[in-house]
Design a protein around this ligand. Structure first.
Ligand code: ATP
Length: 458
């Protein structure tokens, strides 16, 4: 863990957590809060709107999941079966599913309600729960009609979904079924993405439908001041508290990262402390060979086994899924994930990649588009490799942030061709002195290509 990874024990929160929620957090092994959790949870609990920007992998999910659960449990009157109390919207189905499983982790551990004497006589009686399962609204095997059916049969205090399915649920088929009058909290995760042009109309419809008397939270690793200010009115934020969590690294005056004891300058950065950013510039015709060299180099260090490689389009992912096996060690396992695959295939691929057993000699490599850039929490990813730089500069941070999560270390590479080198300056990635560049063993050295230069940046 980096030195500034934690911000105190959970017991130091101004309002103590409900005991069973605290127990779940302890069971997760999270003994301390991260800075974003320590700053955001009290604000949300004190009924403030929040706009939160904190580096990738810093624990933003629990920073809204915990206050939502606490707020709903502290209600004076229980929600009726047709009412929802909290809505979380995320831009991709994978991220929505991930958030849904975090809520489930908690709600599956809630104490069962004591059965009444007559019920206790019934054999095989399912333990009764006070709070129903959260409802997940994403494209999958379930149709929008199935979503409504499920809601009608079990109810759901918390709803998590992607914008299109949420709109259909609240304003389409579910219009006369779902009551939002009691909605207390709205969270937009990856808010800057949700608020950009692609989702504008859908989101505006949803926001207009929700009660104004609610708390709203916007969360992202790239929620800049400009994004926040321009959207305040549209999103209906009232006097929001702004939380910005940056990472401090220690440097010597010459700009070189050094040991804490030799510190004399503290620099703030908006990427995780243990993330190392590198780029390699090469000719377009050499990209494929350089990609396979980097993979061989990384696996030869005996510490890297799980990779994500980003490509610009779905077609590129399909193409390289067929081509890369010819260049990589035969024990490498490839997975492909992009938006043109069936939802079920996407879910299975992600689950198989996340649970795959891999070693440097038999690495697991996920080939993906930006559908896997934001929010996905795959804690063991060692290396991110960007075959093509993204067209949106924000996606650069999100892609890199799939490694070096929650205080772990990781490296992110990007291959750059020609003028793409300007991108590095645009991203303000600091140059590391020549002598600190990684050494390649002779058969992997970019020197053999003549044209390619290896650079390391952090
Ligand atoms: N207090 C904590 N202590 C240790 N680990 C934690 C703590 N809170 C969350 N984590 C872990 O940190 C990881 C990253 O959390 P999370 O996915 O919420 O990050 P994030 O800030 O939302 O990242 P991104 O911006 O990429 O979406 C998860 O594996 C989570 O279990």
């Amino acid at each position: 863990m980096s030195t500034n990874a934690f911000a105190g024990p959970w017991s130091s929160l101004p309002t103590s957590l409900t005991p069973w929620i605290f127990d779940v957090i302890q069971a997760m092994g999270h003994t301390q809060m991260t800075p974003v959790q320590a700053s955001t949870i009290p604000l949300f609990m004190q009924n403030k709107d929040v706009v939160v920007e904190a580096v990738t992998g810093s624990g933003k999910t629990l920073a809204f999941v915990i206050p939502i659960l606490e707020k709903l449990m502290r209600r004076e009157s229980k929600l009726r079966k047709n009412e929802i109390g909290a809505l979380v919207i995320s831009p991709t189905r994978e991220l929505a599913s991930q958030i849904h499983s975090v809520f489930n982790l908690f709600l599956n551990s809630q104490p069962s309600l004591r059965a009444s004497p007559s019920e206790s006589d019934l054999e095989d009686e399912e333990p009764r729960r006070e709070y129903p399962e959260p409802l997940l609204l994403v494209s999958s095997a379930d149709t929008p009609a199935d979503d409504i059916q499920k809601f009608l049969s079990t109810g759901a205090d918390i709803v998590i979904g992607t914008p299109g399915r949420v709109e259909e649920f609240l304003l389409g088929r579910g219009k006369d079924v779902v009551n939002v009058r009691e909605l207390e909290v709205l969270v937009l995760d990856e808010a800057d993405r949700l608020l950009d042009l692609g989702f504008q109309t859908t989101l505006t419809h949803i926001l207009r439908h929700l009660p104004k008397q609610r708390r709203t939270g916007l969360f992202s690793a790239t929620m800049t001041d400009a994004d926040a200010i321009s959207e305040l009115v549209r999103v209906g934020l009232r006097n929001p508290a702004r939380v910005v969590v940056k990472v401090q690294t220690k440097k010597s005056r010459k700009g070189k990262e050094v040991d804490r004891s030799a510190l004399d300058v503290v620099e703030e950065r908006r990427i995780p402390a243990n993330l190392q950013n590198l780029y390699m510039s090469c000719a377009a015709s050499e990209k494929l060979i350089q990609l396979s060299r980097i993979i061989k180099y990384e696996t030869s260090t005996q510490s890297s086994a799980r990779f994500i490689i980003y490509f610009a389009t779905c077609a590129c992912v399909d193409y390289f899924y067929r081509v890369l096996p010819l260049l990589l060690p035969k024990d490498a396992t490839l997975y492909s994930l992009h938006g043109h695959l069936q939802p079920g295939t996407r879910t299975r691929t992600l689950a198989s990649f996340a649970s795959s057993v891999c070693t440097p000699s038999s690495p697991s490599i996920l080939l993906a588009t930006d559908v896997a850039a934001r929010g996905l929490d795959l804690p063991d990813v060692d290396i991110v490799l960007q075959f093509d730089p993204p067209s949106d500069p924000k996606a650069f941070s999100h892609r890199c942030g799939r490694t070096a999560r929650a205080g772990r270390s990781g490296r992110a590479w990007v291959l750059l061709v020609g003028r793409e080198r300007d991108y590095v300056d645009f991203m303000s990635i600091r140059k590391i002195p020549m002598k600190e560049r990684p050494s390649f063993s002779s058969d992997l050295s970019p020197k053999d290509s003549g044209k390619t230069k290896l650079k390391r940046r952090s």
